[in-house]
Design a protein around this ligand. Sequence first.
Ligand code: 3JN
Length: 344
Amino acid sequence: MKEYNVAILGATGAVGQEFLKLIEERNFPFKELRLLASKRSAGKIIPFMGKDYVVEEATHDSFNGIDIALFAGGAASKEFAPSAVKAGAVVIDNSSAFRMDPEVPLVVPEVNPEAIQTHHGIIANPNCSTIIMVMALKPLYDLSRIKRIVVSTYQAVSGGGKEAMAELEEQVKDLAAGREVTAKILPSASLPKHYQIAFNLIPQIDVFKENLYTKEELKMIDETKKIMGDSSMRITATTVRVPVYRSHAESVNVEFEEEVDLSEARKALSSFPGVILHDNPEEQEYPMPLFTSGKNDVEVGRLRKDYSVDHALNFWVCGDQIRKGAALNALQIAEYMIQNDMFH
Ligand code: 3JN
């Protein structure tokens, strides 16, 4: 089998570390592996598959000879993507920098793999909440066009990175020990105010825009339309941070153009790759973030009719934010390209 030279930009973060786990787990065919990060992390040793890798500081020359550049996300994406493309690499980028660029495909391989073909060097990985939602929407959309979506998210702290995960853990320990709690990261490190996440919910993910939506909410709306190839779908979203480590959950209400039979919907979801229908109310069985964490599949449950309006369903979906919401989806894009001989 052909092997590829792979670079990971942001190798020391939560998504970067998950890339490594998945490369090993999935036997990803790599020849050379270059671990890149900011100056702050350069020099760190990362043991991986029996070898010690030294993290290098990312520079514009870091991508020479690289076939696949996996970008974990953040501000570095915008800075380094052009040099990586110039060096001949295909960039699979986790940040929002290029997602809405009409020249850049925005891809969930189970949903719109055909978009990959149109790439010019950069392929964007959608926002985690978007990926998890569209995994459940696509099999339903194939039964009947979706007119309108109302979604509320319950997002794990992993979406805020390693520091936000550490903050939740620390706050829980502090509270249990009767110590005072400090909040420095959530809802967003760059903002002036921070709130306790332990035993709390924060109805703000990312910054507010002029229309009073947060950036996270607008990402879900815009990205879903682009991935599903339907700009006339009406979507509204409320995104909330919850004290959960690494699986996002979403309550989704979907209004279809035509009547969708519940058993047809169940069949479509069950047979869709990457989705598990976990829905057995009689046995009190439904997806929960505790049990989807560390898993590759997205789980759907609580599927039922919305009797308040014609042709509508409600469901609940859970998925690991760092896996399918980020690193796994990106790696699946690379795997699809390998399988279809798309690297030159
Ligand atoms: O908070 C979450 O649960 C998801 C966070 C995503 C995120 C955080 C900072 C910057 C993104 C993203 O992937 O949309 C970005 C960004 O790239 O804009």
